[in-house]
Design a binder for this molecule. Structure first.
Ligand SMILES: [Zn+2]
Length: 56
């Protein structure tokens, strides 16, 4: 018996993933995930506000 592989789900909206955008369902969700990922990197606690480049 051939069992279909488990459908991948878009991690953003939980819809089934669409091949060209896997593992997302669309370019929109892919972008949203990317933006969220970048946001996390920008809001790293303890990040110095501005150092360097001000002493010359
Ligand atoms: Zn989605």
């Amino acid at each position: 018996m051939s069992k279909p592989p488990p459908a991948k789900r878009c991690p953003v909206c939980r819809k089934p993933a669409v091949p060209p955008h896997e593992p997302f369902c669309s370019a929109v969700c892919r972008d949203r995930d990317l933006i969220a990922w970048l946001d996390e990197r920008y809001v790293v606690p303890g990040r110095p506000a501005s150092d360097e480049g001000e002493d010359s």
